[in-house]
Write a protein that binds this ligand. Sequence first.
Ligand SMILES: Cc1cc2nc3c(=O)[nH]c(=O)nc-3n(C[C@H](O)[C@H](O)[C@H](O)COP(=O)(O)OP(=O)(O)OC[C@H]3O[C@@H](n4cnc5c(N)ncnc54)[C@H](O)[C@@H]3O)c2cc1C
Length: 365
Amino acid sequence: MTEAVNEDLSTFTTFRLGGPAEHVTIAEIREELLDFCHAHPLELTGDDRSDVLFIGGGSNLLISDDGFDGAVCVVRTTGVTTTETTSTDTQVTAEAGEDWDAFVAHTLDLGLSGLEALSGIPGSVGATPIQNVGAYGTEVGELITSVEVFDRVAGQIRRLSAVELEFGYRTSALKRAQAAVGTPQFVVLSVTFDLQHSELSLPVRYAQLASALDVEIGTRVAAALVRDSVIALRRSKGMVLDGDDHDSWSAGSFFTNPIVDDPEILPAEAPRYPVTDPLSGAKIEGKTKTSAAWLIEHAGFAKGFSIGDGHAALSNKHTLALTNRGHARTADVIDLARTVVDGVADAFGITLEPEPTFIGCSLDR
Ligand SMILES: Cc1cc2nc3c(=O)[nH]c(=O)nc-3n(C[C@H](O)[C@H](O)[C@H](O)COP(=O)(O)OP(=O)(O)OC[C@H]3O[C@@H](n4cnc5c(N)ncnc54)[C@H](O)[C@@H]3O)c2cc1C
């Protein structure tokens, strides 16, 4: 376990933003993470609950320039185990602090397919169920069988099934519980996935990926090929971390794709996608998803758009990513985000919702 005092939280986030924290614990083994959890129970009856912050890879966090006035735990626990369940499937369990992309690569090396389309996403395994991480037609919620958590209210370890996790588009019961209380009730200790013994990918579902692979939607190809194609596509959009590429100094997509009940409110040319249930894959009737990137572009914000001194700007490669050009402060990102939200609302009457977790800051005025 490493303890640090007066640490600058910008060193722990991919935005490279965030002010100081008086006390930071880096938990490298499970016992250290559990010790921290036991030392910081959560009482739902108290008023001040925002005194604990858990950080994985810091790739979905926007932390205030004022920093965090409480205890911070950086989760770096490691370990992967496999259990053969059937002749076709293997359950793989990873500790929360495992690096997500290294874990995906490891599963493919073991001859297990399922996670290939989620290659190249930054961050830790433990954070993936929180917002039901997704990309190129796959969401982790489809492949997670259970998550082991420490319940800070009950003070004990629990295992939550996929059903209990109530995955939705970029959300889960874990994220909703955190939003309701203002601090995580459930600390993810490990995540268990059900993966297939196969060299072949899941059927390719995403048009741009199918086109890059030169196959029809629904085709299964070598999982390793899907991984390579996804990483190449992501790199072309600044969606793979690269210290030399300011377009990747971000939290990835800053806004979620809006879901509307009435597709008639969308401009005629706006993209329309079905919304599906992560567990069954079935289409959810009466819900339509559109593209936040399309709305931003058509509201007049081009790639590279910035305001003021330009320290924060839309990525030059992807309209949906807000980026730190090197000298930004969190306040610059907030100003830029508000400008984009206002512009899209004025143009289309739709309010964009941010995807990252905000700590000590918000888009509210
Ligand atoms: C370049 C780039 C590309 C991205 N592309 C995608 C993408 O394609 N799809 C996608 O869905 N996301 C994407 N993201 C967002 C991000 O990578 C994912 O959300 C990722 O899962 C966050 O993991 P993390 O470990 O960095 O979480 P953090 O940013 O450290 O934390 C995120 C939230 O989870 C909480 N948390 C972290 N670990 C734990 C734990 N063990 N227990 C309880 N709470 C915890 C934190 O408190 C915080 O609320 C991208 C980000 C970047 C920078």
